[in-house]
Design a protein around this ligand. Structure first.
Ligand SMILES: *Cc1c(COP(=O)(O)O)cnc(C)c1O
Length: 392
């Protein structure tokens, strides 16, 4: 006999999903209405305005794609990249590799600009690649590399794209709501994000925004976008401004209630306050980790507050530590990916999860777990170091 599913209570401090606010879960449980109901159309307009606030943009084509962050990524590539195009792709972690995969599946050529995992994208190398590839039509990069915990200078990279007359595609899945993101001031052209990282919403939607330049590129295409579902010309018929809303696909109604609530929470707190909160709890967490003798992978100037890659001490079974944290404390942290697999833990402080309780719990739980395994760490220092940050 099957029975209803009741998940255990977890504290989500991994690379996403992050803890979802009870307000968001509550919103999701409200009655489903039709996706063309006038009330729902009004909600869509509100969501669009709140996304424009979060992205800091006036772009009319701003909406949540009805699928997770990876679909937002694909939506940007399939709409802007035409067969035969040349695209400059920056890679300093997992997600740049997925961008390359997207470019090639569009029938285009990816020119890779690679930097070591854990480092920021080199603006100089990108400038050189743009100079050497005059036929490039798009520059693609990840603002916040969740696989390593490093961010890149999105303002400088978007500026380079504009000055070389290429469109920028920017992955902001982990940055939206967590660190400064300023779509219009940067002149970013196609920007995608996710709901389950610093927005602390449930997974399953991908906010995107396209500049006028990007919309013009989409309109002037002479080849069809290879994906029917993600073709923005068709999606615009449903999410578009003045046109009568036409059926394209059934919107995930209740998930959109959740996104609306999550964005309201962000707006109530204020974007800058949310960025400051992520920074504060990151500073406390790092003070504690370092006092324990644990090191971070990324140099201080490029560290993401919301994703902390911590080096696993020599001789420690990193997977065993994670499973003990989950069993004994209900605490989830992430494993390393790709080049960092087995070498790091990824500790997230995303959205609702970036708070004092979580920092204190995580430091205490890590210290007890590592001590019980005779790992070479300093005891009885981490909490004091973290709390001192809050006392400042
Ligand atoms: C999580 C993530 C994605 C993919 O998002 P999904 O919602 O898992 O599809 C893409 N890029 C970055 C930087 C991410 O962190």
């Amino acid at each position: 006999m099957s029975s209803s599913f009741y998940p255990a209570r977890r504290i989500l401090m991994g690379p996403g999903p992050s803890d979802v606010s009870p307000r968001v879960l509550g919103a999701m449980a409200r009655p489903t209405i039709g996706h063309l109901d006038p009330q729902f159309v009004d909600l869509m307009d509100q969501i669009k305005a709140l996304l424009q606030y979060a992205f800091r943009t006036d772009n009319a084509l701003t909406l949540p794609v009805s699928a997770p962050g990876s679909a937002g990524m694909e939506a940007c590539f399939v709409n802007l990249v035409r067969p035969g195009d040349t695209v400059i792709v920056c890679q300093n972690g997992v997600f740049g590799g997925r961008m390359k995969e997207n470019v090639e599946r569009c029938g285009a050529t990816a020119v890779m600009v690679e930097d070591p995992w854990g480092q920021t994208v080199s603006v100089e190398k990108v400038e050189q690649a743009l100079a050497e590839n005059g036929d490039a039509s798009v520059l693609a990069f990840v603002h916040a590399e969740t696989s390593t915990g490093a961010f890149s200078d999105a303002a400088a990279l978007c500026r380079l794209a504009t000055s070389h007359n290429v469109l920028s595609i920017v992955d902001t899945v982990t940055s939206l709501g967590g660190i400064e993101l300023d779509v219009d001031a940067w002149g970013a052209d196609a920007v995608y994000s996710g709901t389950q990282k610093c927005l602390s919403c449930v997974p399953g939607l991908s906010p995107v925004t396209f500049s006028e330049r990007a919309v013009a590129r989409i309109r002037e295409r002479d080849s069809k976008v290879q994906s029917w579902f993600l073709d923005m010309q068709l999606v615009m018929g449903y999410w578009g401004e003045n046109s009568k809303r036409a059926y394209h696909h059934t919107a995930p109604v209740n998930t959109l209630y959740a996104l609306h609530e999550a964005l309201l929470i962000l707006k109530e707190e204020g974007l800058e306050n949310a960025w400051r909160r992520h920074r504060l709890h990151h500073t406390a967490l790092v003070a504690g980790l370092e006092a324990m003798g644990l090191g971070l992978v990324v140099a201080p100037e490029w560290r993401l507050p919301q994703l902390n890659s911590v080096s696993v001490p020599a001789g420690v079974d990193e997977a065993l530590v994670r499973s003990r944290l989950l069993q004994d404390y209900g605490l989830e942290i992430g494993a390393g990916l790709g080049a960092l697999a087995g070498k790091v833990w990824r500790v997230g402080l995303m959205g609702h999860a970036a708070n004092r309780q979580n920092v204190v719990l995580c430091l205490g739980a890590l210290e007890q777990t590592l001590s019980s395994m005779q790992a070479p760490i300093e005891r009885d220092r981490a909490l004091a170091a973290a709390l001192a940050v809050y006392d400042d």
